[in-house]
Design a protein around this ligand. Structure first.
Ligand SMILES: [Zn+2]
Length: 547
């Protein structure tokens, strides 16, 4: 069992289905809800500077939501109270609708859309119409801006865990009615056109999400170049976030480490995804490729940092690259920076990992006492397992002689010890009756997304989604994920909503456990299944196969 702590594998799990506790009455209640949605979105954007001030506009009712530049240069993002109420009238989708509105404005903000020289935008046509008249923008241009804002907004919503698929269709007619807006207007896309834009956007988003997920799952399986190709495709299509950059960097780093081989990579780096497979790999001797990969990794981590200068994970990962490149001073600099930021933000895992890379670096520099001090601190104060492993390394042990599997992180897997019934695991897991992907899918038409040097395919079944990638070695990777509302169960009786403890009892200790933003991910190689959990419960699972 390996507990990977720093690899920020970002898997948006769309967990924000907070039960509505009656409609909010006071302005204070409303502001609190708005603030939460706004913070989630803004954090997902990975921008720290220049954050617009949020406002619930209780006086105006003509713009729905707007973004404006104040006289002192600061910016305000506002949602009108009337629009807020319309959003909340969608019940369960209320917060998704608010996210949809605000993310759209944030999309304009990100692109710095200007109208008539003034930085201003509003969701409704009422305001924008005057601005357009001033700037004499053509309808086509406006549609372009609106599409861009919707697109960027859609990405922020996904990253923040809000599900906005179909929201435009539900919300826009209600909004137009409440505001008495004409369905057809010469100077602005009509209501129907506007709904069309959002539907088109939904579709594009879904395709990007499929490629993004395929890439992330490929990374989990150690298929690094496929992971990179998928994630790079997302970046190229505008799905830009610090997590996407970071994960590409991680894929490059892990591939480089694998190519360098066990004789040279003697430490367990805190970006590791699958240390064991690397340990079993001999030096493949692709020196030029390795340097390229490491430079690529460093570049991607740097881009992640540019997105969010307070993103400790990216500093940590960059330190790992420098360590592998034997640039010790740089490794120390980035390790220290990661440590400071992680401590300030009270990020326990990353703090432990930063101590880990500093320990590794000091050992490389021949400073034995400093190395041991850092690793000891990480091990004792932050219960960092990788610090413990590397402590053994700096004391002269070889990585492959350290017993990983027998030392699961304390507490976390206690439940796995008390096995429930027999631990004989099923040989394979199935969803929607698919046993053999090659045979059972014969005749099915999978949708193709062309990515760099290949394709990614997807297929929606009744209660699941299938993703397929062909690797450069002509291996077929299949991932099948159950839908959110899936009511079936796994071979061992796990359903959506089952407590995590039960998964561990029935399936035993996972091969890999990765903390995600909202919970944990448990990865099993026998049977080939991955559970995604949130707040102690199973949220969905995925089965995978390689041919
Ligand atoms: Zn707009």
């Amino acid at each position: 069992m390996k507990l990977i702590t720093s690899l920020l594998l970002f898997l948006s799990l769309a967990t924000t289905s907070l039960a509505s506790k009656g409609s909010p009455q006071t302005a204070e209640d409303k502001i609190a809800i708005l603030e939460t949605v706004y913070s989630n979105l803004y954090n997902a954007m990975g921008m720290n500077e220049d954050r617009p001030v949020l406002r619930l506009d209780t006086r105006r009712s003509r713009s729905v939501a707007y973004l404006k530049k104040n006289k002192d240069g600061s910016k305000t993002i506002a949602v009108e109270e009337k629009a807020f109420d319309v959003c909340m009238s969608l019940g369960e989708d209320g917060r998704n609708a608010l996210a949809f509105l605000m993310a759209h404005e944030l999309g304009h903000f990100r692109y710095e859309h200007h109208w008539g020289g003034e930085f201003a935008s509003s969701f409704a046509i009422a305001d924008i119409q005057e601005e357009i008249a001033e700037a004499s923008k053509k309808l086509g241009e406006l549609k372009f801006y609106e599409t861009q804002a919707d697109q960027m907004g859609g990405i922020y919503c996904y990253l923040a865990g809000y599900n906005i698929a179909g929201i435009g269709q539900k919300l826009l007619p209600k909004m137009y009615e409440a505001y008495g807006l004409p369905a057809i207007n010469k100077k602005y896309p009509s209501l129907d056109q506007r709904i069309e834009i959002t539907q088109e956007n939904d579709k594009n988003m879904q395709v990007l999400i499929n490629v993004y997920e395929a890439g992330t799952y490929a990374l989990l399986l150690g298929e690094y170049s496929e992971a990179r190709r998928c994630l790079q495709h997302c970046l190229n299509k505008g799905f830009k976030s610090r997590e996407v950059y970071n994960n590409i960097g991680v894929a490059s780093f892990l591939e480089a480490a694998e190519l360098i081989g066990k004789d040279e990579v003697i430490y367990a780096y805190p970006v590791e995804l699958d240390v064991e497979s690397r340990i079993q790999t001999d030096n493949k001797g692709f020196a030029i490729n390795v340097e390229e990969l490491l430079n690529e990794a460093a570049k991607k981590f740097e881009q992640a940092i540019r997105f969010d200068p307070e993103y400790a994970t990216a500093y940590l990962n960059k330190a790992c690259v420098f360590s592998l490149q034997k640039k010790y001073e740089d490794a120390e600099y980035y390790g220290k920076k990661a440590l400071r930021i992680a401590k300030e933000n009270n990020e326990q895992n990353t703090t432990g990992n930063a101590l880990c890379i500093l320990g590794i670096t000091y050992h490389q520099m021949g400073e034995q006492a400093d190395a041991e001090a850092k690793l000891k601190e990480g091990k004792n104060d932050f219960a960092n397992y990788l610090c413990e492993v590397n402590m053994n390394v700096v004391k002269g042990k070889r990585l492959e002689s350290i017993e990983w599997i027998k030392r699961p992180t304390e507490g976390l897997f206690e439940a796995a010890e008390q096995t429930e019934g027999s631990l004989d695991r099923p040989k394979r897991e199935t969803l929607d009756g698919v046993v053999d992907f090659m045979e059972d899918l014969e005749g099915e038409e999978l949708e193709e997304v062309i990515i760099y040097k290949g394709s990614c395919y997807y297929l929606y079944l009744e209660s699941s989604k299938i993703l397929n990638l062909t690797t450069v070695n002509d291996e077929e990777l299949y991932f099948q994920v159950c839908n959110k509302g899936y009511i079936g169960e796994t071979e061992k009786g796990i359903t959506i909503g089952t407590e995590t403890k039960k998964v561990l009892k029935r399936y035993g200790t996972p091969d890999i456990a990765i903390p995600t933003r909202s919970g944990m991910l448990y990865y099993y190689t026998n049977p080939k299944i991955v559970f995604f959990t949130s707040e102690g419960k199973v949220e969905r699972w995925m089965v995978y196969r390689m041919y």
